[in-house]
Design a protein around this ligand. Structure first.
Ligand code: NAD
Length: 415
């Protein structure tokens, strides 16, 4: 993993897209800046009776296509540039999936692992007290992200409802199902990724039934991806990994054993009938499909030429650096870019908003059907753009997404 400023990467990707689209200088300039940022100090009474002040942010990057939407991260290394980059990426992701939403993101610099449940609840409520005028079902709708959970969303929704005097389920998504959450949110990111892999396999002529798969990361995205690769396609998952290392079996892993090992030892390493493999080795395995489901900047100019997979599915945000992207494209690796591949999460969050607004809740089957339709259609729109503009899939995704935002800005008379 290399340290790069995520907002600089996001701007570089936008600049590349601006060249392809021959974007007008003024439009490009507007898109290079977040529309609005809120920087807040959040006083919280700690269990020892003392007050501690946390720093937090909410960034609304662009709302030309609709209210902004994006998660809230609780992380000790949170920075405003990470939040800005993620808010920009949310803008492009919502646009690419043709959701009537803009992009936003929030964050609080804190280590939730060091907070008691009471402190976490007071911090969550205090964050909403500081930003409530800034958010709302028609303005900006937060969601869970790194280290924020359905329980935290429940507290935040409750706080917003108390302040506004309305029972406002629609102010936030990712809630528990019994208080306005949607069926199918848990594995939506991985499941959405599966629909794009299914289409990509047709494009590069891989029979998914005989395909081999390696997955970096075994959290929500990676673990569900492993289970779904097997359930959906009957593919052979030969390697998985987490922060402690990986487990490999060339004949295919027994995923039940891997899950048990992860639950009992907090790692997939040493699952029965597997040999250990490093995260670096896993990325370079000779497999049909590589799923990056852990961290950013893991495929760089140093290892991109060693990637042997035919499809790289980016469930993680930002796993590939711009230099690596160029190498993968040259080598014919079919990349399903992050803001397409992992858009299942925000798509089901959008479904949650619709269900909250109509007060009518869908079955799991309805959620899956609508998710499949959105993801499949977005994949083909990107593939068509890649062919039309003769560019890689990431640039094509940018072209589609940015074009739609620009069109909305023009129609609204902003430019
Ligand atoms: P998670 O915390 O549940 O899991 C992360 C996994 O990555 C864990 O298995 C962890 O052990 C592993 N990991 C951490 N450091 C590692 C390292 N150095 N090398 C290898 N593995 C390492 O997180 P998640 O929700 O599964 O998210 C994973 C990625 O997917 C992130 O980039 C996230 O932004 C992205 N994503 C997730 C969702 C979602 O709905 N969960 C939606 C969109 C994008």
């Amino acid at each position: 993993m290399t340290e790069e400023n995520p907002f600089e990467i996001a701007l570089k990707q936008l600049d590349d897209c601006a060249k392809i689209l021959k974007l007008d200088h003024d439009v490009h300039e507007i898109l290079r800046h977040p529309m609005r940022e809120l920087h807040i100090s959040i006083p919280v009474r700690m269990d020892n009776g003392k007050t501690r002040v946390f720093q937090g942010f909410r960034v609304q990057y662009n709302n030309a296509r609709g209210p902004t939407k994006g998660g809230i991260r609780f992380h000790p290394q949170e920075t405003i540039d990470t939040v800005r980059a993620l808010a920009a990426w949310m803008t492009w992701k919502c646009s690419l999936l043709d959701l009537p939403l803009g992009g936003g993101k929030g964050g609080v610099i804190c280590n939730p692992k060091e907070l008691s449940v009471g402190e976490l609840e007071r911090l969550s409520r205090a964050y909403i007290k500081q930003i409530w005028q800034f958010i709302g079902p028609n303005k900006d709708i937060p969601a869970p992200d790194v280290y924020t959970t359905a329980q935290i969303m429940a507290w935040m929704m409750d706080e917003y409802s108390k302040i506004t005097g309305n029972n406002s389920f629609g102010c936030i998504t990712g809630k528990p199902i019994c208080i306005g959450g949607s069926c199918g949110r848990d594995d939506a990111t991985a499941r959405g990724g599966m629909y794009t892999i299914r289409e990509a396999a047709k494009e590069v002529s891989i029979n998914l039934k005989n395909a081999t798969v390696a997955i970096q990361g075994y959290g929500n995205a990676g673990c569900n991806a492993a289970l779904l690769c097997k359930e959906f396609f009957g593919s052979k998952v030969v390697a998985v990994s987490d922060s402690k290392g990986g487990a490999y079996n060339k004949n295919g892993l027994n995923l039940e054993n891997v899950c048990t090992c992860k639950a009992e030892t907090a790692s997939v390493v040493n699952s029965p009938n597997t040999q250990p493999i490093s995260n670096k080795e896993l990325l370079e395995l000779d497999v049909d499909i590589l799923i990056a489901a852990a961290l950013e900047n893991v495929i760089t100019k140093d290892n991109a030429s060693k990637i042997k997979a035919k499809i790289l599915a980016e469930l993680a945000n930002g796993p590939t650096t711009p230099e690596a992207d160029a190498i993968l494209y040259k080598n014919g690796v079919h990349v399903i870019p992050d803001f397409l591949c992992n858009a299942g999460g925000v798509t089901v969050s959008y479904f949650e908003m619709i269900q909250n607004a109509s007060m009518y809740y869908w079955s799991l089957e309805e959620v899956h059907e609508r998710l499949a339709s959105k993801m499949t259609s977005a994949y083909h729109t990107v593939l068509d753009a890649a062919k039309t503009y003769n560019v890689n899939m990431r640039k094509a995704a940018y072209v589609v997404a940015v074009n739609r935002v620009v069109k909305a800005m023009r129609l609204r008379g902003w430019i």
